[in-house]
Design a protein around this ligand. Structure first.
Ligand code: GRF
Length: 195
């Protein structure tokens, strides 16, 4: 299976996914695509020998469809079977998502369906939750709403800040996403639950 990974920032999840595909694996990374010029993940991907592309969303303004047409043009060139959103911070239209139905994954830093959207760690702390975590789901038109393919739980500790909790969750993201991608690439849809 050919995998394209979409990023907007440092790409630590992209690195974890790419490294997980290095050995005997049903998938391999064929493209790392960012919407942000100079995103740290682009340099990391280049350092790993993975083809990269940049589609800056800013020139497209509010024209999401035009931006996504440019994304699709890059994707057509790489011909991926699976899209992994990994710290990709653009909301995708129903049209784009429908075109990739059943072949696009995303990782979200909360135990969905709790805390869809942003600032998940601050919200979990504010709510007094004793557990937090991350979820990998199939991407559908409903933001952070598709079928759950995996979850990883971490404790929320007294004195946690959003930053300390984010770091604890990110470590689990780097374990969860590769485990889900491996199963997904094998056609196995059983959810991965960690620990
Ligand atoms: C992190 O907040 C992570 O929880 C979320 O995207 C952000 C950046 O991740 N998935 P990455 O380091 O760019 O993969």
């Amino acid at each position: 299976k050919r995998v394209a990974i979409l990023i907007s920032g440092g790409g630590s999840n992209m690195v974890a996914l790419a490294e997980s595909m290095a050995g005997d694996h049903p998938a391999r990374p064929v493209l790392v695509l960012s919407n942000v010029p100079g995103a740290g993940g682009l340099a990391k991907a280049e350092g790993m020998g993975i083809p990269t592309a940049l589609v800056d969303h800013r020139p497209f303004g509010k024209d999401r469809a035009a931006f996504e047409a440019a994304l699709q043009a890059e994707l057509d060139r790489a011909a991926p079977d699976i899209l992994c959103l990994a710290g990709f911070m653009r909301v995708l239209t129903e049209g784009f998502v429908t075109g990739w139905a059943g072949r696009m994954l995303n990782i979200h830093p909360s135990l969905l369906p709790k805390y869809r959207g942003l600032d998940t760690h601050a919200r979990a702390i504010a709510a007094g939750d004793t557990q937090a975590g991350c979820s990998v789901h199939e991407v559908t038109a409903e933001l952070d709403g598709g079928p759950i393919l995996g979850q990883a739980r971490v404790p929320v500790l007294p004195g946690d800040t959003p930053e300390t909790l984010a770091a604890r969750v990110l470590t689990m993201e780097h374990r969860l996403y590769p485990a889900v991608l491996h199963r997904f690439a094998m056609g196995d849809r059983r959810p991965v639950m960690l620990p």
